[in-house]
Design a protein around this ligand. Structure first.
Ligand SMILES: [Zn+2]
Length: 132
């Protein structure tokens, strides 16, 4: 399933940020995903929550924003956002434009719980996990 690979990439980056902040737990993650990736936001949230279950991002809210696909006509170079599957140019009617955006996967923001690093050692969670 496509969404799990993307969720995994988002989670890896999120946990990096968490680790750089003393392993603070993650409250919210905002991502921008290009429309070309053809994913279902609900599926991505589901996959993210499943993968995050054992991590500092457990229970974090995932906000998925879909970025529009933008293409450029091969004939007249008009840039537009296609609203059909054929990417028909609204100016000259040519099919099959070139995609310029829509393949993004951007981690827009990660909100961490307001945990002071000093109190982290008092928590029962093991903190000795080593990186690769
Ligand atoms: Zn055109």
């Amino acid at each position: 399933m496509h969404e799990f690979g993307i969720a995994d990439a988002i989670l890896a980056k999120t946990l990096e940020i968490s680790a750089a902040n003393g392993g603070a737990s993650v409250e919210r993650v905002q991502v921008l995903v290009g429309g070309l990736r053809q994913l279902v936001p609900e599926m991505l949230e589901f996959a993210f929550n499943a993968l995050a279950a054992e991590t500092a991002a457990r229970g974090a809210a995932l906000d998925v924003e879909l970025a529009p696909v933008r293409v450029v006509c091969r004939n007249c170079e008009h840039a537009f956002e296609p609203d059909d599957l054929f990417w028909t140019c609204p100016v000259c009617g040519t099919c099959g434009a070139n995609a310029v955006t829509g393949d993004e996967l951007i981690l827009k923001s990660v909100t961490l719980a307001d945990v002071a690093p000093e109190t982290a050692s008092a928590r029962p969670e093991p903190s000795g996990e080593k990186g690769r």
